[in-house]
Design a protein around this ligand. Structure first.
Ligand code: ATP
Length: 260
């Protein structure tokens, strides 16, 4: 018998995050199901990164609850953290280490130590076989993203969190990263990512939540959102070539005003 708990890996309910008196996240709630790629979309400043930071136990939240793999992230942060893989930013990597050393360091930290042969095999798998002796800063953007993605999944986490994983990548690197994200899903992990790319949301996300001003304003599959809002006057007004797209729905729901 499956229970509701078996079906979702992450449940965020009524989340509120403040920075001083400023309410960055007011009421965010969604579930990420086992083996699902879930996207958080929203204009600049909507509260996506703050939501991810709360899940990652990086910021304390003011209200609501977050359950990850059955663990309350505030009450059981160690167990919750062990269940998640986070894509580190480039500044997180030790400047003096080369790629092989970085992989050995993180595999040790995550309790899955690898010898040099295993590291080399892994590098080959992510098309970095010739880059083992390079420093992180000497890798291209696409290579950096591939390496940080593989580090995020090194300990076989239930949920992988990716904050704008493909920003700044060329179309080839972006496609390759999409395939890698899909491969993570195929191995049974769930993925929660943020993106500003509607194309990315449609190409890889099973479901998305649109966040604005710290609240979830719509949640469903990309196609279901287009179908649901295609007759909305604001969405029709946002459409450019007669055909309603996910971006039209996004603009229709969040408005045309550019955020600071
Ligand atoms: N450490 C902080 N201190 C104060 N305010 C912050 C802090 N981090 C974020 N904010 C503010 O909280 C709001 C939400 O920011 P957040 O980074 O979560 O948004 P976002 O949806 O990820 O935006 P973007 O798409 O631009 O990355 C913004 O108004 C931002 O300026």
């Amino acid at each position: 018998m499956t229970t509701e708990q078996d079906e979702y890996i992450l449940k965020v309910e009524g989340l509120g995050v403040n920075y001083g008196s400023f309410e960055a996240v007011k009421d965010v709630g969604f579930k990420v199901l086992q083996g699902e790629i879930f996207g958080l979309l929203g204009p600049n400043g909507a509260g996506k990164t703050s939501t991810l930071s709360a899940i990652e136990c990086l910021v304390k939240f003011k209200s609501g609850s977050i359950l990850l793999n059955g663990f309350d992230v505030q009450q059981q942060p160690l167990q919750a953290k062990a269940s998640m893989g986070v894509q580190l930013q480039s500044t997180s990597f030790q400047a003096e280490l080369n790629v092989i050393q970085i992989l050995q360091l993180y595999s040790g930290i995550y309790g899955v130590p690898m010898d040099t042969e295993q590291v080399k095999a892994l590098l080959k798998e992510i098309s970095l076989a010739d880059a083992g002796k390079k420093k992180f800063s000497q890798l291209s953007g696409g290579q950096q993203q591939r390496l940080s993605l593989v580090i995020a999944t090194i300990h076989n986490p239930k949920l992988v969190l990716l904050d704008e994983p493909t920003t700044g990548l060329d179309p080839q690197s972006r496609r390759q990263l999409w395939e890698r994200i899909e491969a993570i899903k195929a191995r049974g992990h769930a993925v929660l990512l943020t993106t500003h790319s509607m194309e990315e949301a449609e190409a890889v996300c099973d479901r998305i939540a649109i966040v604005d001003h710290g609240r979830v304003i719509a949640i469903d599959t990309p196609q279901a959102l287009v179908d649901k809002y295609r007759d909305d006057p604001e969405v029709i007004a946002a459409s450019r070539r007669g055909k309603i797209t996910l971006e039209d729905v996004f603009i229709g729901l969040t408005g045309k005003t550019v955020r600071a």
